[in-house]
Ligand binder design. Structure first.
Ligand code: NDP
Length: 451
């Protein structure tokens, strides 16, 4: 049996209740098969076995009090997956679906993504099954403070640097960082995604969305195409989706969809800058539902369906698909409908938004398919730039950060293309991203001996 198959089987046997983690491990390891022959030293040192096992997993109780004085208890997680090339780095997710398997899948993906950015960052991820939706600001603050009172022991500017993810935006980072600062009596760069006034970086809020569009533009350029006049579907309506729409608009494309977990809106006239302002206010300040967009602009609203299901059901065509909501949002059926309707490019703003069936359909039909660990790496890359600015105790201008982000996305694209070619898989961004991200980490692990 091949080493790869053995490792995948072992992972499934050891933690049978972690399907998302199995999916991520399988997706990465299967593409690493050619490295087994080329690097017998990795096999001998059991790098494949070691890379799927986190350095450390921390699970903790988070007690807090709601506005009515009731005691509530949630579970907190931090998975410190791999720090071979730099401090653990990866966001926190607050969502009722969070469990250890989800955090492990996200932390595992993060290792390779961070390696691709060219910056010295290891991989980690954390979060809680706490749901910020429907909670008051003071409840969110009390939860964040209790969460941080435990997490602060394990994180630090040189150890492990968390950031945001689903359900953790600027408000939550403010409460978390503020409490960490109080406990430590230190103002250090223990978080990224901070607001500008207390050590954040310009362009960090925009970075994942902008980066995803920069990556898609690079992919399109390989076929002498661009965003001008293209019809684009974006899913989600949170941080990543919002700035994906902004950048597509700047590059001349027309975004016609957004969604949240309750509904999808389809606006065939396009979500222009003014309508996007409405979405930002709706989602970031009023914390309302996307359905209000359809009410205000009198557009189609498909209840209970995500963007890809809605497009399939309504038979709507798009040229480019940018999934920016959550994992496994595009299934095989929706992927087949996208391809049938002429979609030429998919770039993943979200982490693992395509099921294995969907990813296979995109690859079999040779459409431009940029996997999340490459296409959405702009967020963590700019977090890396925030860490650099914090260490140097200075701030770069918007232009400086944005131009560095663009350079990084171009270099990730180049690494994917060149590595795929080197391994005889021209145009396969999945293989390119996985092997390029993996080999750097594997070489570092090898250099350390058995640690
Ligand atoms: P947000 O919480 O800001 O937004 C998430 C959006 O997705 C919300 O609109 C949410 O709707 C929607 N959503 C969640 N679950 C579903 C579902 N099952 N069906 C339909 N819509 C859903 O998170 P982000 O924008 O930060 O993150 C989005 C994705 O991007 C995630 O996969 C994340 O891991 C990934 N990512 C984020 C980075 C970042 O810098 N923020 C960096 C790299 C990747 P609702 O409000 O109803 O829950």
């Amino acid at each position: 049996m091949s080493v790869i198959k053995e490792v995948i089987d072992k992972v499934k046997k050891m933690d049978p209740d972690q399907p998302e983690f199995h999916q991520a491990v399988e997706e990465v390891l299967e593409t690493l098969e050619p490295t087994v022959k080329r690097h017998p030293e990795f096999v001998k040192a059991k790098i494949y076995e070691r890379i799927v096992e986190p350095e450390r997993m921390i699970i903790f109780r988070v007690p807090w009090e709601d506005d009515k004085g009731n005691v509530r208890v949630n579970r907190g997680f931090r998975v410190q997956f791999n720090n071979a090339i730099g401090p653990f780095k990866g966001g926190l997710r607050f969502h009722p679906s969070v469990n250890l398997g989800i955090i492990k899948f996200l932390g595992f993906e993060q290792i390779f993504k961070n390696s691709l950015t060219t910056l010295p960052m290891g991989g980690g991820k954390g979060g809680s099954d706490f749901d910020p939706k429907g909670k008051s600001d003071r409840e969110v603050m009390r939860f964040c403070q209790s969460f941080m009172l435990e997490l602060f022991r394990y994180v630090g500017a040189e150890t492990d640097v968390p950031a945001g993810d689903i359900g953790v935006g600027a408000r939550e980072i403010g409460y978390l960082f503020g409490y960490d600062k109080k406990i430590r009596n230190e103002h250090t760069g223990v978080f990224t995604g901070k607001r500008l006034e207390y050590g954040g970086s310009l362009v960090r809020p925009e970075a994942t969305g902008y980066g995803c569009v920069y990556f898609a533009a690079e992919m399109l350029a390989t076929r002498r195409l661009d965003f001008k006049n293209k019809i684009v579907a974006v899913s989600g309506s949170g941080n990543v989706a919002q700035y994906t729409v902004e950048k597509v608009n700047q590059l001349g494309g027309k975004v016609i969809t957004l969604c949240d977990s309750s509904a999808t809106v389809v606006d065939e006239k396009g979500i222009d800058a003014k309508k996007l302002d409405f979405v930002l206010e709706l989602k970031n300040i009023r914390r309302g539902r996307i359905k209000e967009y359809a009410d205000k602009y009198k557009t189609l609203c498909v209840d209970g369906k995500n963007v890809w299901e809605a497009l399939r059901e309504q038979g709507i065509k798009v040229d480019i698909a940018l999934p920016c909501a959550t994992e496994n949002e595009i299934d095989g059926k929706s992927a087949a409908a996208l391809v049938k309707n002429g979609c030429i490019c998919v770039a993943e703003g979200a982490n693992m938004p395509s099921t294995p069936e969907a990813a296979k359909i995109f690859q079999d039909h040779k459409i431009l398919y940029g996997p999340g660990k490459a296409a959405n790496a702009g967020g963590v890359a700019t977090s890396g730039l925030e860490m650099s600015q914090n260490s140097m105790k200075l701030s770069w201008t918007r232009e400086e950060v944005d131009s560095r982000l663009l350079i990084i996305m171009k270099s990730i694209h180049k690494a994917c293309v060149e590595t795929a070619e080197e391994y005889g898989r021209k145009g396969d961004y999945v293989t390119g991203a996985n092997i390029a991200g993996f080999t750097k980490v594997a070489r570092a692990m090898l250099a350390y001996g058995l640690v």
